[in-house]
Design a protein around this ligand. Sequence first.
Ligand code: PLP
Length: 393
Amino acid sequence: MSNATQLIHSIPVDALTGAISVPIYQTSTFVQEAPGVNKGYDYARSNNPTRATLETIIAQLEKGSVGVAFGSGLAAIDAVVKLLKAGDEILAVDDIYGGAFRLFTHIYEKFGIKINYVDTTNAENVFNAITPNTKLIWLETPTNPTLKVSDIEAIAKIAKANSCLLCVDNTFASPALQQPLSLGADIVIHSATKYLGGHSDLIAGLVVTKEKELGEKIKFIQNASGAILAPFDSWLVIRGIETLHLRVQQHCRNAQAVAEFLETHPAVDKVYYPGLKTHLNHNIAKKQSKGFGGIVSFTLKNNTEAAATAFVTSTNYFKLAESLGGVKSLLCHPAQMTHKSIPAEKRRASGVADSLIRLSVGLEDVQDLITDLEQAFKKQQKEKQVFEPSISA
Ligand SMILES: *Cc1c(COP(=O)(O)O)cnc(C)c1O
C-alpha cells in the first residue's frame, strides 16, 4: 500500500454511525456508570475522541508510538521543554524559529535551563558543543528561514552516545517528506498550523514520540498544564491531513521552479532552497527527505530593509503575512516580522540578512507566481531609480 492510501485510510470511519467524516465531540465531560467506570473518557482536557483520532493519525504518519495534540506549535515545544529540570541544557540549532528562541531564552532561562545555539549543519559542531548537562538537542531541518539542513541520522547517533534526547521540529518538511523518528530522533514536533492543517485556517501543534513511555510523560505534562487542541480544530487538522501528500507534492514542484527562476534573476543575491544543487547540504536533504518542501528564501543584491520592503509590498498573488504552508502563496520579511524578537546582530550572524525574503510557495499555477515575482522586481527597481538621485543630490 502506498503512503497516500495508507494515510487516507488511517482516518477511521465512525464505528457508531458509519459517518465517513470524523465526528466532532464538542463536550467538556463524559457521563460515568460508576465512579471511575467510563468508556475511556472522563474529562475533555485529559482526552477527547476527536483529538484522540488526530493523535493516532499523526503517530502513524510519523512512525511513532504516541501523538499529542496542542493548542499551538509553541505549546507543543513548551511541553517538550518541560521534560527538563533546572540545571539542564538544551543544544539548539542557531537558525531557530523566532518563537522557539523567545520561549527558550525569555521564559526557560529564568527557570535555570541553559541554551546553547550552534550551527548544526555540520554534525561535528554538535558533538563539540555537548556538555555533561546537555539533555536535549533541538533541531529544525530545514530551518526557518534560511533552509539550513542538518543530518538527522548523524546527530541522532551523537545524541544516543551522550544520553540526550533528540527533538526535531519537522514543520517545514512535514511527514509526507521526512520522518525523523525513523532516522533515530526521539521526538518530533509540528506547528500543524502550517502544512498539516494546510489551509491557513487554524493554530495547532503536535508532539510525537518514538517510545510509549516518553509519550506518556508528554501526555501527563499536557494534562497538568492544559494546552490542549479543541475538538473543532482537531477535526480541521484531520481534514487538512487527508490531502497532505497531494498538496506537498505540488508545493515542492512549484517551489523548485520558483527557486530556479530566482537563481537566474539579476536583482537576486542568494537563493536558499534545499532542492538546488548549490545548497550547502543538498545531498543530505536528498538522503533524508523525499522532497525539498515549499519554502524558498532569497536575498537582494541591494541588501537593505528598504529594498525588501519595496519588494514585499509589490506582489499580487504572494500575500504579505506571517506563517506558511497554506494553499495561497505568502511572503514575509523575517527581519521585520517573524524574526523581530531576535537581536539584529544575532539574526545577521545566523544568516538572516536585512534583505532576506521568505516565500511560502502555494498551490497556484507556477507560471502565474513567477510572473508575479517578475513584476515585483521591476516595481522595486523603479522605486530605487526614483530614490537614488535624491540621495546623491
Ligand atoms: C510556526 C512555527 C512554529 C510555531 O508554531 P505555532 O503554531 O505558530 O505556535 C514552530 N516551529 C516552526 C518551524 C514554525 O514554522
